[in-house]
Design a protein around this ligand. Structure first.
Ligand code: DX5
Ligand code: ZN
Length: 234
């Protein structure tokens, strides 16, 4: 089964005074979704944005809003983000006392379900949830800040999770498909490394909005991933 590669610019690294303009530019360049990093100053040592920003972005979004909750007690905040227009919501396994209930509520509201796993958390912690979610977000930096360096040790975790997807397809559901998202320190080279390990959704903040021309950065990443796909074909 051919995986489709998707690019999710993280607006955490955008120029907030020109947010609408920058979002329009990356959408025009072919970004597949907009990644919204929500930080509470508790689960991570930073505070970013909440449902108000998601709601404003929804007014100009032509692609899905991909909300990444780096917050304690995600269950409490699912509804405000759903009401704001989130298409997928990802919560952290480390932050949730009741992942099944988060999954149930997101499914009930027909919102895509993502489960995130920090660099120090082993794949085993999420393996039993793989069959129940749409996406696993493998953090490739310790969450909290944009502009950090990719941690190569997590590549192994991506491989294990892609293997689990294949096992589910063989044993339970031949149509099962898991998105594996990587987030943190993703640029052209690390995107390729992550893709080879099995990732197919690439969050990039600094390597897109830190560039003078964010649209060109999206196009360059799309081109590189497309090349990789054609190299992979026999
Ligand atoms: C990190 C956030 C990321 C961040 C990525 O805690 O989850 O989405 O914006 O930024 P870069 O691509 O700059 O590492
Ligand atoms: Zn993120």
């Amino acid at each position: 089964m051919e995986r489709s590669f998707r690019i999710a610019p993280s607006i955490l690294s955008a120029d907030f005074l020109r947010l609408g303009e920058q979002v329009a530019a990356v959408q025009e360049a072919g970004a597949h979704q907009l990644h919204i990093d929500v930080m509470d100053g508790h689960f991570v040592d930073n505070i970013s944005m909440g449902p108000l920003v998601a709601r404003a972005l929804k007014r100009i979004a032509r692609v899905p809003l991909d909300v990444h909750l780096m917050i304690t007690d995600p269950l409490k905040y699912l509804r405000p983000f759903i009401a704001a227009g989130a298409s997928h919501i990802t919560f952290h396994i480390e932050a949730s006392s009741d992942p099944e209930e988060c999954i149930r509520q997101l499914r009930e509201q027909k919102v895509g379900v993502g489960l995130a796993v920090n660099p120090d958390t082993p794949a085993e912690r999420v393996l039993d949830f793989v069959a129940q979610v749409d996406m696993i977000l493998v953090m490739t930096v310790h969450p909290g800040f944009g502009g950090q360096s990719f941690i190569p040790q997590v590549l192994e975790k991506i491989k294990v999770l892609r293997g689990k997807e294949q096992e589910i397809r063989r044993r339970m559901n031949p149509r099962f498909a898991l998105d594996i998202q990587v987030d943190g320190g993703i640029h052209l080279e690390t995107a390729v490394e992550a893709a080879i390990a099995g990732a197919n959704v690439f969050v990039a903040g600094n390597s897109i909005f830190g560039e003078p021309d964010p649209a060109a950065a999206v196009r360059a990443m799309a081109r590189r991933l497309k090349e990789l796909q054609s190299e992979e074909k026999p």
